[in-house]
Write a protein that binds this ligand. Structure first.
Ligand SMILES: [Zn+2]
Length: 148
């Protein structure tokens, strides 16, 4: 977070597994929100420091409460201007940064669709909504696209 150093996720995963072999052997259940459910004591877990500055490493994702990096937000807004529709996948859109794109698409007259298990903040202007588990639906979609 301090020096801008970046590494690929799989490289970080490999290093963290090497540092924590007992944890690497555990099997966690995937939670619907992308987390993993693992009931264990994490007090001995070793976290990888930045190889360059020994500071904190953070995945390049936007967490709850984070601000979407301006360049990423502008790129998404530019993509929306070129879009024929918006499909929100696996999100309740309760976070404003995601909701905003659906709201803007609706204001532009674009179809707005959602694939998720529950209600979304954008339900009032969804033109299509599928409440279904993501994995089987997306696997079927990929299979359809491959055979097309
Ligand atoms: Zn660093």
């Amino acid at each position: 977070m301090a020096c801008g150093y970046q590494m690929m996720r799989h490289a970080m995963h490999s290093e963290m597994a090497r540092m924590n072999p007992a944890f690497a052997a555990l099997d966690a259940r995937h939670a619907p929100d992308g987390d993993a459910d693992l009931e264990t004591d994490f007090s001995t877990f070793k976290v990888l420091d930045c190889p360059r500055c020994r500071g904190i490493l953070k995945p390049q994702v936007v967490y709850y409460g984070d601000v979407v990096p301006p360049a990423r937000r502008l790129a998404a807004q530019a993509a929306l201007q070129q879009a024929d529709a918006v499909l929100a996948v696996g999100t309740s859109l309760m976070v404003y940064s995601g909701y905003r794109f659906c709201r803007d698409a609706h204001a532009m007259g674009l179809p707005v669709a959602s694939l998720s298990l529950g209600v979304t903040r954008a339900d009032e202007f969804l033109t299509h909504q599928w409440r279904a588990p993501l994995t089987p639906v997306l696997e079927q979609a990929v299979a359809c696209l491959k055979s097309a």
